[in-house]
Design a protein around this ligand. Sequence first.
Ligand code: ATP
Ligand code: MG
Length: 354
Amino acid sequence: MKCIGLEHCSWALRKSSDIFILCRESGTIEAVNNAFILKLGYDERDVIGKSLEHFFESQEKWCEFRDVSIKKQQVDNISVFLRKKEGPLIKGFAYTEYIQEKTEGEGYLRVIVKKVGEKQDLEARLPNIEKMAALGYLSASVAHEINNPLNIILGYAQLLLEDFEPGTEAYESLQEIEKCSKMCRQVVSDLLKFSRTHKKEKKVININECLEEVISVCSHQLMLSRIKLHKKFSEEPLLVLGDANKLKQVFLNLVVNAQQAIGEDGTISIISDSDPENNEIVICIKDSGCGIPPEVQKRIFEPFFTTKKGKGGTGLGLAVSRNIIVEHGGRVEIKSKVNEGTEFKICLPRVKEQ
Ligand SMILES: Nc1ncnc2c1ncn2[C@@H]1O[C@H](COP(=O)(O)OP(=O)(O)OP(=O)(O)O)[C@@H](O)[C@H]1O
Ligand SMILES: [Mg+2]
């Protein structure tokens, strides 16, 4: 005979605004109700069979939650944070029951979560803000400690190079020391630039001239990789109040990234123009390279984030570049499509001719 009572219960569970989860004690999810799907924004097929751990704030919190639920068999009102597919974490209170139908074998957890709110966005971003602040502090102190011994290593290597014949083993080893020391010096110098907070005096400069200088530095390299350079600069000078060297560094970073994204055979366009409506100048650096998937796009400005590990990438190029642009009162925007290419757009406040 059909049990009517059970049907009512399962209807109530489906319609409930509280989240319901049935999982094995190992975490594997067996069933969830509509509230879980709606509130956390996942597809049911992304949930069933996955471990509940994925939806918890951290592995540590999940283990704590599971252990206490199993140990006490029944727990009321534990505060939990659940991970949505997108957006801030959800805060809720969980009620759990541990069931073990047979005396041996894996048991199950029934979990109800009453949602109380969303963890503030700022709170969710806090670890990152702390990371940035710590990085600034750390880099400034470490850079000074490293710079001196590094320069001594480099100096001695260069001095010793004069005592050996090119082609000998000693000469090649010394060259390797020289090359690696220079790479370290570059990282230290990037770190220092990143953490520097004092502002240097800025001058009125023409962005088109900065772009020309950057092109003259990298055009040979681009030619060797069969990358066509397409440039379109505004005829009038585009004046900004800024530090020409720092801005050139930004453009160079973007062109180098574009080149690395293409590899060989492709096009890089560099376009400059004014936007009278916003009283800004706009510089676009566009490439026909591999493009950046959305999940990577979210992280590209993070210091030390790189997809070029083992290929010499430090992941500081864009972090440093954005810092410089913000220091100039500007902003960086990005548009990218995988396998089609990427466009970085830089907007800077314009100044009138003096
Ligand atoms: N034009 C681009 N096309 C595709 N991916 C890009 C592009 N520019 C940046 N990226 C991605 O952003 C990441 C971060 O770039 P960033 O310049 O900060 O570091 P990097 O190039 O990896 O190393 P570094 O610049 O320090 O040598 C890159 O590793 C790459 O994945
Ligand atoms: Mg780079």
